[in-house]
Design a protein around this ligand. Structure first.
Ligand code: HEC
Ligand code: HEC
Ligand code: HEC
Ligand code: HEC
Ligand code: HEC
Ligand code: HEC
Length: 613
């Protein structure tokens, strides 16, 4: 199996997994599949998909400027792949944005409802316009293959210069406006990253990145398709990138000095470590590598230095987009695996589109040979898919689609909805137990409950003094309140205090100061409950009350009932006493009069359907 085939199979796996996650994103919403929250509304998708994607596309404007304006003919061979990368980069940004927007179907609003004061407005328009320009710049490449499009192609080639100029204008505007986006959050971004010249810093680093990205991509695809690397032509690009990186470092350090923030460079901690790591990877080490002639002139050296730099600039964008934000409170954001899957899926999809384009159209002077065209290169029996493969051209597609479907199925399985009880979303209010000496406890009235010999157990446990063993907390001015009064939901916790009710006119009718004698009002400074409700927790109660969130009804029953029954089972040598059937032995229905009656289908010793829910 060759490299291209293997790479494509892996990419299809990633795309398959991501498409399952995408389905969940659009059916269940952002909350279900991301770790984003109100304190951290921007995460991996903004940092990597959008800001990283735009940065990675910078090769497009650098190369068109170099070749069509400065006439550096030597670089002619890399200009088309660079424009293609820029185009796919921007498509990836647009797709990434659609995942991140809460209401993606409203994206057209910015075309109609203008808000020119918003940096996001500029960003949105730049993406739209530049994507249009890139499409027009790229169009002649596929058009070459269809004679019917020859005319359109000729017009576009003739009108290339204005397009190139527009593209460079839009692209530089956009690279820097992504920096402007963060100017509005001076107190959120750490001072090592926040700067009034953030747009300029973004632009300079994008220029350096563009050069390195073209180099990195050229060598990677040369390796992939076993083509001859364009080391000669790319060497001056490395040399130029070095100067841009040095300029970037100088600007950034000078800016820190002028703003008087140099001390943070030596203040130990997370931000200092992140800054130095970022600067080394994106600028210092690549600049040194590109200065060494031995590195600059070999394909391996170019590839390593450029790859490092590309990684570093993307890291810078992710830092500015989230990692370098000052945390408010103790909220820490880490992307969920589903967020990573979407980001990886977008990259994998763009890479597949790139490979398709270079194989199908003349992006390079020579199209690479179709890896599937040679029947001897593929085994007839595919061990990955465990299938017999037919004609090689179809065989590849079979394996790819198998990979896609397998990964999508895996994703769907991982994202399968949790049972309602463990997700805890459907509230199930509790009803009081019915009966006299024997209480029928059936909180949700589903016929599955427990006949509880209340009075017999009270007698066994010692009569009047026993109440507090179970009735551990009571409503004000009450004794032995029913459990359902506070444990109000079958599975969810409920609030046994009701803060707002206490202060409301129709509730406790209390003024705030009666409980909060001092400012600021807080939990710690509040008057204790026992200050007003002496008997809220009766003396001798063994179930502790530290805060006022009452657990679900079933849990409170099981914790109380089973604990005592387990102990009794040991003490009295009756192991059956702790088994489920001691309590769950019959099923009852409600009659019209509201009384409970035993049903003929009462089951003994078998878990009833409700139990296995
Ligand atoms: C000492 C008594 C006791 C024992 C032993 C006991 N339970 Fe329960 N269980 C209860 C009570 C009381 C309730 C509340 C019944 C209700 O409100 O419908 C309950 C509720 C439940 C419910 C929820 C019923 C519903 O309507 O949704 C399930 C499920 C359940 N128990 C399973 C079990 C299983 C399984 C065991 C054995 C491992 C077990 N219980 C052992 C007392 C007991
Ligand atoms: C073994 C535990 C246990 C003991 C001991 C116990 N109770 Fe109960 N009691 C319960 C449970 C469980 C309920 C049903 C609560 C519900 O409806 O949610 C209940 C219900 C009641 C109710 C009905 C409440 C209502 O609003 O429907 C009263 C009254 C009551 N108990 C009084 C007492 C008194 C008085 C004592 C002491 C002499 C006592 N209980 C001892 C567990 C116990
Ligand atoms: C006035 C309100 C109130 C009433 C009435 C009440 N509880 Fe509670 N219960 C609470 C609160 C609040 C907690 C949580 C205490 C904590 O976690 O600090 C709690 C906790 C419990 C716990 C501990 C659960 C665990 O997971 O550790 C059990 C068991 C329990 N209650 C059983 C009962 C039973 C049985 C009754 C009725 C006989 C009852 N409660 C009546 C408010 C109440
Ligand atoms: C019955 C007593 C009582 C009254 C009346 C009351 N509070 Fe509270 N308050 C508390 C208690 C107890 C807490 C802590 C328990 C909690 O976190 O729910 C608290 C917590 C708070 C907190 C901190 C919430 C947090 O998340 O840390 C604020 C703010 C507050 N109260 C404001 C008010 C205001 C405003 C009023 C008047 C409208 C008021 N309270 C009336 C008892 C009271
Ligand atoms: C400043 C006095 C005061 C404090 C402190 C206070 N309460 Fe109350 N509470 C009241 C008043 C007044 C009422 C309504 C009259 C009554 O039922 O006694 C009330 C009612 C209640 C009720 C009954 C609500 C209902 O739905 O009928 C509960 C339960 C309760 N309080 C719990 C608490 C808890 C838990 C705390 C501690 C976190 C607390 N209270 C602190 C004054 C207070
Ligand atoms: C403090 C200990 C204790 C607690 C708590 C307790 N039980 Fe029991 N339970 C007993 C004792 C003791 C008996 C035996 C009564 C007798 O002598 O018949 C018993 C008997 C029973 C029986 C009759 C069993 C039979 O086969 O005769 C049922 C049903 C039962 N309990 C259910 C419950 C449920 C439901 C709860 C929770 C609401 C609960 N118990 C809480 C001690 C406890």
């Amino acid at each position: 199996m060759n490299r291209v085939y293997r790479l494509k199979f892996i990419l299809w796996l990633v795309v398959g997994l991501a498409s399952a996650v995408a389905a969940a994103r659009f059916t269940q919403g952002l909350g279900a599949i991301t770790n984003l929250s109100d304190p951290t509304p921007w995460g991996l998708w903004v940092g990597f998909d959008v800001m990283g994607g735009v940065a990675l596309a910078s090769g497009g404007f650098i190369m068109t400027a170099a070749v069509y304006i400065f006439r550096l003919e030597r670089l002619h061979g890399v200009v088309r792949p660079a424009v293609l990368t820029a185009f796919l980069g921007y498509v990836a940004v647009a797709v990434g944005l659609l995942f991140d927007l809460g209401l993606p179907w409203n994206i057209w609003h910015m075309i109609v409802f203008w808000n020119p004061h918003s940096p996001l407005f500029e960003v949105g328009w730049c993406v739209m316009l530049y994507l249009t320009v890139l499409t027009l710049e790229l169009f002649p490449v596929p058009a070459q293959e269809f004679s019917a499009l020859a005319k359109v192609r000729r017009i576009l080639v003739k009108g290339r210069l204005p397009l190139v100029v527009a593209g460079i204008g839009l692209s530089t505007l956009h690279q820097s406006s992504l920096g402007s986006l963060f100017l509005i959050m001076p107190y959120r971004l750490h001072p090592l990253w926040y700067s009034p010249i953030l747009p300029l810093l973004f632009l300079i680093s994008a220029i350096g990145l563009g050069m390195m990205m073209v180099t990195f991509e050229s060598h990677s695809t040369a390796w992939l398709y076993r083509r001859k690397p364009e080391t000669e032509a790319l060497a001056p690009l490395g040399g130029a990138a070095r100067w841009v990186l040095l300029l970037y470092m100088a600007t950034r350090l000078a800016d820190l000095a002028i703003r008087g923030q140099l001390r943070y460079l030596v203040t130990p901690g997370w931000h200092m470590a992140l800054f130095w790591l970022e600067m080394s990877v994106m600028a210092i080490v690549p600049a040194i590598l590109f200065s060494l002639p031995r590195v600059r002139r070999t394909s391996g050296g170019q590839w390593a230095a450029a790859g490092l730099g590309v990684f570093g600039v993307v890291m810078n964008r992710i830092d500015v987009g989230g990692l370098a934000h000052l945390s408010r409170g103790n909220h820490i954001y880490l992307p969920a695996w589903t967020e990573v899957a979407i980001s990886a899926g977008v990259v994998a999809g763009a890479t597949l589109a790139f490979l398709f384009m270079v194989e199908r159209f003349r992006v390079w002077e020579q199209r690479p040979a179709d890896p599937l065209a040679d029947p001897h290169k593929l085994p007839e029996f595919d061990r990955v898919g465990m299938t017999w493969l037919g004609v090689p051209a179809i065989a590849g597609r079979m394996v790819y689609s198998l990979g896609f479907i397998f990964a999508a199925a895996l994703g769907l399985a991982l994202l399968a909805p949790q049972p309602a009880a463990s997700r805890g979303v459907d509230p199930q209010p509790v009803h009081r137990a019915r009966g006299g000496a024997i209480l029928w406890i059936d909180g949700n009235l589903d016929g599955f409950g427990v006949a509880f010999p209340h009075d017999r157990i009270v007698k066994r446990l010692g009569g009047d003094t026993s109440c507090v063993q179970c009735h551990h907390m009571n409503l004000p001015r009450d004794r032995a309140s029913g459990c359902y009064e506070c444990h109000r939901d079958m599975y969810l916790t409920s609030d046994a205090f009701q803060h707002d009710w206490h202060a409301s006119p129709e509730g406790g009718r209390l003024a705030c100061v009666q409980c909060h004698p001092s400012q600021p009002r807080s939990a710690a400074g509040a008057k204790p409950c026992t200050g007003c409700h002496k008997d809220l927790t009766p003396a001798g109660a063994t179930i502790p009350v530290k805060h006022y969130r009452a657990p679900g009804y079933v849990q409170s029953m099981h914790v109380l009932c089973i604990n005592c029954h387990v102990q009794l089972a040991k003490q009295e040598g009756k192991p059956d006493f702790a088994r489920c059937v001691t309590c769950h032995k019959e099923r009852r229905g409600l009659t019209d009069s509201g009384d409970t009656t035993a049903r003929p289908d009462a089951v003994r010793g078998i878990l009833l359907p409700a139990m296995t829910r």
